[in-house]
Design a binder for this molecule. Sequence first.
Ligand SMILES: O=P(O)(O)OC[C@H]1O[C@H](OP(=O)(O)OP(=O)(O)O)[C@H](O)[C@@H]1O
Ligand SMILES: Nc1ncnc2[nH]cnc12
Length: 227
Amino acid sequence: MLFLQCQQQPRVPSPPASAPPFRPRVAAAPLSVRVTGGRRGRQAVVAMASADARLAGIASSIRVIPDFPKPGIMFQDITTLLLDPKAFRDTIDLFVERYKDQGITVVAGVEARGFIFGPPIALAIGAKFVPLRKPKKLPGEVISEEYSLEYGTDKIEMHVGAVQANDRALVVDDLIATGGTLCAAVKLLERVGAKVVECACVIELPELKGRDKLGDRPVFVLVEADA
Ligand SMILES: O=P(O)(O)OC[C@H]1O[C@H](OP(=O)(O)OP(=O)(O)O)[C@H](O)[C@@H]1O
Ligand SMILES: Nc1ncnc2[nH]cnc12
């Protein structure tokens, strides 16, 4: 048997005790919930009003990094939310509470950050999880959709056969900015005949009007932030 040995790297020093604690910067915009649609939407707003304490914790756990990955982009960094087990759990719980009785059969997560939030939701509501991946990552036969981003262009792919025409889908990602990514994801699912029940994101950048690209497909978000 062959053993590969990792080269030992120097230890990263811990910050001195006097250094300020590592605290995520809070998104400047107030937290909010916005839901499109009629009756369900109103129910959700009522449900969310009582969930305010959880939403505040989620919003304040997200760090904002200016000028990443390009000058002018205020990057919403959800890795700090993942460092906070309560905020992470509350995020998943809020989605599960909303989707558990909607007959969703597939949760489609968009690479990369939709792979963090999608699988726990899928497991909790008893749906299958389907990864929508960046090009040339999936080994089987795929269908693909190109889209443009706030900072470039990209493509996502889905395995043929993973989703069926009678599936009811929830699309999950961490953030909606211009809406290009979610729109491409929805198109992949609709091309195979699935019904996209809703798109769910932790964060929305409303100034970028991503919802407009999605037409009348509902988008549900937990937190709004400045672009
Ligand atoms: O609404 P849009 O303008 O399409 O932007 C939103 C997308 O951008 C980010 O992913 P990114 O493309 O940076 O990929 P990554 O998650 O692999 O870093 C984010 O996670 C969304 O998927
Ligand atoms: N401002 C932003 N922060 C994090 N992810 C993004 N994807 C597109 N815009 C983004």
